[in-house]
Design a protein around this ligand. Sequence first.
Ligand code: SF4
Ligand code: FES
Length: 244
Amino acid sequence: MKLTLNIWRQSNGQAKGKFETYILEDLDSHMSVPEMLDHLNDKLIKNRKDPVAFDSDCREGICGQCGFVINGHVQSPEEHATTCQTHLRSFKDGDVLYLEPFRAKAFPIKKDLCVDRTAFDRIIAKGGYISVNTGQAPEANGILIGHEEAEKAFDAASCIGCGACVAACKNASAALFTSAKISHLSMLPQGKIEAKKRAVAMVEQMDKEGFGACSFTEACEAVCPQSISISNIVTMNREFWKSR
Ligand code: SF4
Ligand code: FES
């Protein structure tokens, strides 16, 4: 199949970027979007041109590394999909695509389609863990946790840190990501002990990183590949205000 790719090229964070056009006529509809870029990069390298920089690792929707904007869709035109889970069969032969990086002040562009998401790491470093001594592995039924609570905690814990929620938000808010990390721990007995301290430290770091405020548009939930619920933001706000 044939696709015309308009790809954002920017040599570094300070340089001025622009779209450059590439026409690929020998694509297979079963290729994923990263495989399409691999194919383009093979050609660019053969012609001694600079390959397109983009992130990816697992290519199975697990690691959250890939992700850019395709024709205005954060990550993918498919619902709740990562970029690596998007295949060329999602497009029509002859389509014109625009690929550009996530746009958010707290995610500065590194090169081409790559952005720096280490702001997320710094939020996690402020409390996305349990530091109390939990001792030896307890007997499985020693601490009973209700099924509903366990399921909710597990759902929140499935956030892959991709940053699509930030890119989709008009305020570039990281509330969905931060709340998922706060609430999955606050729902479980071992995590409850530090819940208030954790919420304050992580929310303060989120604000310090320059993410915007949440205005509950639900744009984040709509694009999240893990379908993380915005009810986690309510939990985060409750934990935060309880500590004040
Ligand atoms: S909340 Fe969803 S969109 Fe945001 S980082 Fe986690 S998995 Fe990605
Ligand atoms: S490369 Fe791991 S989620 Fe896409």
